[in-house]
Design a protein around this ligand. Structure first.
Ligand code: SAH
Ligand code: SF4
Ligand code: F3S
Length: 487
């Protein structure tokens, strides 16, 4: 039998560029794994590839601009290489659809977040027939919730260990979509209705990953703590789901992102407290510290609700670190409203905050009915002020950790080691890992410690990083059973 992969003429080189959130990183990982099975190999050089994919994000205009510019740069190279297939997948594909072909006529393929399993076939079709291919889900306003939900398929094929960015860390999707409809946000349109995956499938996936050597899983959902699924007559909340795979042998750490403040229930906090593998870390975006803004954003809570949630977190899990997201310059945000967000950061001293300038998005309620009236200059100033404040707090809180010791799950050579051209034939390097509270720690050690837990004393810090020294030298055996090495 001849497969279409064999008949389609391609040099087997695939270039993929991914932007956006962890959900996109996971999607790219899975799509590349599927394409490998069809004979593709990854290349880091776009000029070398005859299949080029962009996995895109629409959450802010800037992210879209960058993709359109990257597409623009390929226009001329494609004239010289008409056999090249260029595809746009992910959130921008679902949002812009045919507009992508209009803006970038040399694109062959537009594939939404709900059709990723079709990519290998669509690439073959595009190459064989030289015809544009488009596969997207239904728009939310165009059909019933159920029909729209059915048109978004959660893409979770069998995992390919070779494709993970780390041999011992993996993302696991537990939900797709979002039904919160915050007025500024495009995600309910690009990812479709909120749907929780079956606990049975998730548990199987975690067990498979752990059997392949994965020690840390990060569960993904737009509002991950809204997870709910009824199976075999039993309702599973996120706390039940975590409990049902927590004892998987080999698994050491469990994280979950991103949390929605209103769904931070006591059962979940108790699970974080009682289940030893769960990280003491919660990412719960506040978005604003001003009730009027929160109402305009339709976040569904007030500052007082958020405060009450923070108190419950600290009461139940006293050493839990919390990080947040903020939007500055949302429609109608005054200096006084901005000051309230600054006050919230001072009050809760987040581990870190992701701060974004409001970007009006077509298709959202804010774009339809509110005025994007904060000048860009003001947005930039507020963004910088907030960053400065958060950095100051992060640095102070990191400095308070100097002299303490932590068990660190080692992730591998640090970013600076990699940047400086880390040479993997030399065992000693600067390593990076995280505390149970998700704080990043760098220290010198043997790269073979990657994936193990090592005790580190903190000597110094910056706003984003703790800097330390290994205190217990773990005795390890080399892979070939040879001499023990010292970390
Ligand atoms: N599901 C997550 C967030 C997804 S988007 C949650 O609800 O927390 C990630 C972050 O991007 C959001 O938390 C928000 O701070 C920011 N964001 C979303 N839409 C935006 C917009 N239109 N302009 C600027 N920032 C935005
Ligand atoms: Fe967007 Fe709000 Fe849903 Fe988060 S909860 S994805 S910010 S609509
Ligand atoms: Fe962006 Fe889509 Fe994620 S819009 S933030 S890639 S869900």
């Amino acid at each position: 039998m001849t497969t279409s992969a064999e008949t389609a003429v391609h040099n087997g080189k695939l270039f993929i560029h991914t932007v956006g959130c962890q959900m996109n990183e996971l999607d790219s990982e899975l799509v590349v794994a599927a394409l490998r099975k069809h004979g593709y190999e990854l290349t880091a050089d776009v000029a070398d590839a005859d299949t080029v994919l962009f996995n895109t994000c629409s959450v802010r205009e800037h992210a879209e601009h960058k993709i359109y510019s990257a597409l623009g740069r390929l226009k001329y190279s494609k004239r010289k290489r008409p056999d090249q297939v260029i595809g746009v997948m992910g959130c921008m594909a679902q949002k812009d659809q045919k507009l992508i072909f209009q803006k970038a006529p040399h694109v062959d393929l537009v594939v939404g977040t709900g059709q990723l399993s079709e990519i290998p076939l669509l690439i073959d079709n595009a190459r064989e027939n030289r015809e544009r291919q488009m596969a997207v889900s239904l728009a939310r306003r165009d059909a019933t919730r159920q029909k729209v939900a059915d048109s978004f398929e959660s893409y979770d094929p069998l995992r390919d260990p070779e494709m993970r960015h780390s041999a011992f860390q993996a993302y696991v999707r537990i939900m797709i979509g979002c039904d919160k409809f915050c007025t500024y946000c495009v995600v309910p349109m690009t990812r479709g209705p909120e749907q929780s995956r079956s606990p049975r499938h998730i548990v199987q996936e975690v067990q498979q990953l752990a059997a392949e050597g994965v020690k840390e899983v990060t569960l993904l959902g737009q509002t991950v703590n809204s997870y709910r699924h009824t199976e075999d007559g039993r309702e599973y909340r996120l706390s039940d789901l975590i409990a049902s795979f927590h004892d998987t042998p080999g698994l050491e750490r469990i994280k979950f992102v991103t949390n929605y403040p209103r769904d931070m229930t006591d059962d979940l906090l108790q699970a974080v407290r009682d289940l030893p593998k769960v990280a003491h870390y919660l990412h719960v975006p506040a978005q604003s510290g001003c009730d009027e803004m929160l109402k305009r954003m339709k976040r569904g809570y007030t500052v007082e609700h958020y405060r009450e949630m923070m108190h419950r977190i600290h009461e139940t899990v006293p050493d839990c670190s919390v990080s947040s997201d903020f939007i500055v310059g949302f429609c109608g945000e005054t200096d006084a409203a901005h000051e309230k967000s600054m006050e919230l950061i001072r009050e809760f001293r987040f581990k870190n905050s992701f701060i974004f300038k409001y970007s009006a998005r077509t298709g959202t309620k804010a774009d339809a009915i509110m005025l994007d009236d904060v000048p860009e200059e003001t947005k930039r100033r507020r963004n910088n002020e907030m960053l400065d404040l958060q950095n100051e707090i992060s640095e102070e809180d990191n400095a308070a950790r100097i002299g303490r010791e932590y068990d660190i799950l080692v992730e591998g050579p640090s970013k600076s080691a990699v940047k400086a051209g880390d040479d993997d034939s030399i065992p000693q390097t600067q390593l990076s890992g995280r505390t149970r509270c998700d704080r990043i720690v760098v220290f010198d050690g043997n790269r073979r410690l990657t994936g193990s837990t090592t005790r580190v004393r903190i000597d110094d810090c910056t706003a984003t990083t703790l800097i330390g020294t290994i205190v217990t030298r773990e005795l390890q055996h080399t892979a070939d059973g040879g001499l023990p090495i010292l970390g």
